[in-house]
Structure formats: C-alpha cells, structure tokens
Write a protein that binds this ligand. Structure first.
Ligand code: SP5
Ligand code: ZN
Length: 361
C-alpha cells in the first residue's frame, strides 16, 4: 500500500467568537442557524474517523481581501461593533442588524452612505436580516480567509487536496456587500489569489444549497474565472434574486458563469445528473490552476433551511463525481445547518475525496 501525505485540514478557533447570535426570519427573532457547532462537529467527526492532519492558518494580511472586496466593506466590518458601542447604538450589546437598507430604488435618488455613522451605514452594505455583527465577527471573518488561503498554499505546494474549515462562510459576500451569514468571500479570495499567482483559467464549483450570488457578481464579467453553481431554484430559495439558468456572465465573462437551479426534493440521481453537466463545463474550461470547491451540506435531506434530499451516503457519490475531474482541489466550507448530521456528511464527502486521490487519510 502506498504511503501518502495526510490530508491538510486547516482550521482556527477564532470563529468561536462569532457567536451568541440571532437572526430575524419571517418576523421571528430566532437563534442563528449559522453557529459555531457546525465546525466543531465537523472537526470531531473527522478526528473520530481518523481523517486529516489539522493545522492552523498562517496570517495572509488584508491585501488578498482587498483584492476582492471594497475597502469600505472591510473597514465597516472591522469597526462597526466598536463604533456602535461607543455611540451607544446597540444597547445591551445586542448583535448589530441593520434596520434601514439602501436598496437600489433609494440609491437611485443619488443618496449614499457617506457621512452616516457606521452602525447606521450597515444597511448600505448588507443583504439581509440574518447576518448579525458581534465583537468577534471581524477576527472570525479574517481567520476564515486565512484558513482558505492556507489551504490554497498547501495545494499550490503539491498537496492534491486540502480542506478549509471556514466559518463564517463566504459565497454570498460580494465586492461591497455582506449577508447570507457571509462577510468575506473566502472562495473568491482564493480564486483571485490563484489568478494573481499565475492562473489564467481558474474554476470555482459551488455545491452549496444556495446560489453564491457574491461569487457570481465578483467574476461576472471576467473570462479568467469560471463560476459554476448547483443550487435550489431562486424562485423559492434564498437569495431569491440570482441563480437562474439564464445568468451566464457578460463581456469577456460571457458563458464563464453557469447556473443549475434545482427543484425542491431533488435527490441524489437528479443531483448527480446536474453535477455531471457542471463538471463537463469545468472540464471544457480547461483550468490551469487548482479547482476551488465551495462545499455546503445544506443540500442534506434534513437541513433546517433546505429542501433538497441528499442523504449522508450520497455525499460520497457527489465527491466521487468531483474527483472525476482529476484536479488538485481546495475545498472551502460554506453552509450546512443540520448540526447532528454535518459531521457524518463531511466524513462521507471528504472520506470519498481522500479515497480517490493520492492522499492519505
Ligand atoms: C452560506 C449559506 O448557506 N447561507 C444561507 C443563508 C440563508 N439565510 C436564510 C434564508 C431563509 C430561509 N428560509 C427557510 C425556511 C425554513 N422553513
Ligand atoms: Zn447555503
């Protein structure tokens, strides 16, 4: 039996401080679906299965983030909490959720966020009411980026596969917008860093339940980064306003965005059929850099905010299909909210990826 280097699994405890949160959904203030146990459960399950050599991220600084996000967004997320505390804008130290949104029809009047104090400016950059900011949010979001970039470093220095246990997730974050539980777009930051390190054709495959509106927007008019996503049809699912099959990019990016909206109840056979088409597009694009995989487990049959029907054992088949691309792969964790199953789902997926590669457990 060949001896392989173990799978790098990059993780950080910084995410734990992005906690104690509420989201506002359908008029209810409810505990956040996006919580620390998501990652601690994955860590526990991988360790229990003997999968992965866990390592801490290295500090990559703000530059790779600023290569993707507007400085106004980064500084807003960095300073909103302390500004609000200073201004007494969040009595009781409650999580910051905007109350007023600078939606397009408002902005159409020529109005903008400048001059407004930070806590009141959140609504100029925030997508939804489910992405609160607390004291630990910025360090957690920074660490998630470092986790992703460190995994990318491992693959660029020869590992066939690395798993980035990012939290908070990233694919809903756009150049100057956060939301959908996401602050900085970990996968997009990795893709851009691959371009800046010489990649001329970088592919991102997104298998989270939701459309990665942020990733799509960031690379919409670029031909050097392919974005292919499988997700619940936006006609019924968050983020509602993007992810239709007719959205295919523009200008030099024409056809470098491709979307596969899926009906409710899609189970493994339907899922794998769409994935085969998605993988064929990646193949045809002929990437010259590692594949970036945005991995969500909210496609699970019992996910509390999803309605697809993948079972734990199906994730091994999804992973095997991705392995069929025979590409070095940076796996970036996105969503997945069935806490009691997320560990088993990760073991199923990552275990199968490991089995298919020249990489040890
Ligand atoms: C990274 C990621 O997976 N973000 C997802 C953000 C979803 N936000 C909540 C969407 C509203 C869900 N409606 C659920 C109905 C539950 N019965
Ligand atoms: Zn999701």
């Amino acid at each position: 039996m060949a001896i392989h280097a173990p799978l790098p699994v990059v993780h950080s405890s910084a995410h734990l401080a992005h906690d104690g949160l509420v989201e506002v959904l359908a008029g209810h203030e409810i505990p956040c679906f996006e919580r620390p146990e998501r990652i601690t459960e994955i860590e526990r399950a991988l360790a229990g299965a003997g999968i992965g050599a866990f390592e801490e991220p290295t500090e990559h600084g703000a530059d790779p983030i600023l290569a993707v996000h507007d400085a106004a967004l980064v500084s807003l997320i960095e300073h909103a909490w302390t500004d609000a505390a200073t201004a007494g804008a969040n009595p009781g130290g409650r999580p910051l959720i905007p109350d007023t949104f600078l939606v397009a029809p408002y902005r159409a009047g020529g109005y903008g966020p400048s001059g407004t104090e930070r806590a009141n400016r959140l609504g100029a950059h925030c997508l939804d009411t489910a992405t609160p900011i607390v004291a630990g949010t910025y360090p957690a979001a920074r660490a998630a980026v470092d986790v992703a970039l460190t995994a990318a470093d491992r693959v660029l220095s020869g590992a066939p596969l690395a798993y980035a246990l990012c939290r908070p997730p990233g694919h809903h974050a756009a150049r100057e917008m956060y939301g959908g539980y996401c602050f900085f777009n970990n996968a997009a930051i990795v893709a851009e860093s691959l371009v800046r390190r010489g990649g001329t054709r970088v592919a991102i495959l997104d298998v989270d339940y939701h459309h990665g509106n942020g990733t799509q927007q960031l690379f919409w008019d670029r031909g050097d980064v392919l974005y292919v996503s499988l997700h619940a049809d936006p006609a019924r699912a968050f983020p509602y306003f993007s992810g239709h099959a007719y959205e295919r990019g523009s200008g030099p990016g024409a056809d470098a965005t491709r979307n596969f909206p899926l009906p409710a109840g899609t189970a493994v056979d339907g899922y794998l059929a769409a994935l085969a088409e998605a993988c064929a597009l990646v193949e045809a694009f002929a990437p010259d850099a590692p594949l970036v995989l945005s991995l969500g487990f909210d496609t699970f049959e019992r996910d509390p905010i999803g309605d697809l029907a993948l079972r734990t054992e199906d994730y091994a088949r999804v992973a095997t299909a991705v392995s069929g691309l025979h590409r070095p792969t940076i796996v970036v964790q996105e969503g997945g909210y069935a806490i009691d199953a997320i560990g088993a789902n990760a073991v199923s997926f990552i275990g199968a990826l490991v089995d298919q590669r020249a990489v040890g457990a």
